[in-house]
Design a protein around this ligand. Structure first.
Ligand SMILES: CC(C)(COP(=O)(O)OP(=O)(O)OC[C@H]1O[C@@H](n2cnc3c(N)ncnc32)[C@H](O)[C@@H]1OP(=O)(O)O)[C@@H](O)C(=O)NCCC(=O)NCCS
Length: 190
């Protein structure tokens, strides 16, 4: 994915050590881990490479991207076509129809950029791109119920809660409930 709009650029991660180092910096920061991956699960460079290099090299359904805001690298976004996922992973979304449905996940790794409207801008750009270029029917996202800021951000963009996914995500030692949230392809975002 390559898109640049409204001060936001989203570009595929590259197979370079600097890219993995930045991910290791973000995913060892307790402030970020509290919401993404968990504070009991910090990543060092070796684990980042192990987890992300297969995706970066294109050997995975999940496409890993960096997010740039005003040319500063501030975070990470991944997307995938649900039908490209292994069957067991696809089923965790509990959707009856998955044709041309995309799933997204993201974090802003620089906490000083939180709560400034940047997350909603990123998602608007990403979702519009997925609708316009991939002609998606739907985009889904699955925040933990406790992550009220993320849910508020997604609702601002136009996602709606579709169903509760009980015990959907292991986070800090507990299986947490998540909301399946979706936005339909016929919505136009601004
Ligand atoms: C989730 C995330 C991407 C949202 O991006 P963002 O730039 O912070 O979001 P925005 O500023 O666009 O919107 C956040 C909204 O939530 C509100 N908010 C902030 N804290 C909140 C809280 N604890 N509960 C409910 N709403 C909250 C903000 O006021 C804002 O709403 P408003 O514009 O109506 O005032 C970003 O905060 C982030 O990366 N967080 C850490 C990782 C994470 O949670 N990732 C998501 C995994 S599903």
């Amino acid at each position: 994915m390559l898109v640049a709009k409204d001060e936001i650029t989203i570009r595929l991660m590259e197979d370079k050590v600097e890219n993995y180092q930045l991910m290791a910096k973000w995913l060892s920061d307790e402030r970020v881990l509290e919401f993404y991956e968990g504070r009991d699960n910090p990543f060092d460079l070796e684990r980042i490479i192990e987890a992300y290099q297969p995706m970066v090299r294109g050997n995975d359904a999940v496409k890993p991207c960096f997010i740039y805001y005003q040319n500063i690298t501030i975070g990470y976004l991944q997307y995938c076509l649900l039908d490209d996922l292994p069957e067991a992973d696809k089923q965790t979304y509990c959707l009856e129809k998955t044709d041309n449905v995309y799933a997204l996940d993201l974090f802003i790794g620089e906490p000083n950029f939180w709560n400034r409207g940047v997350g909603s801008k990123i998602l608007t750009v990403a979702v519009n791109y997925i609708f316009e270029v991939f002609l998606a029917n739907k985009v889904v996202i699955d925040p933990r119920v406790e992550n009220t800021r993320a849910i508020r951000c997604y609702e601002k963009v136009g996602f709606v809660k579709v169903k509760l996914l009980p015990a959907h995500e292991l986070h800090e030692g507990k299986y947490s409930d998540c909301w399946l949230m979706a936005i339909e392809g016929n919505k136009s975002l601004h």
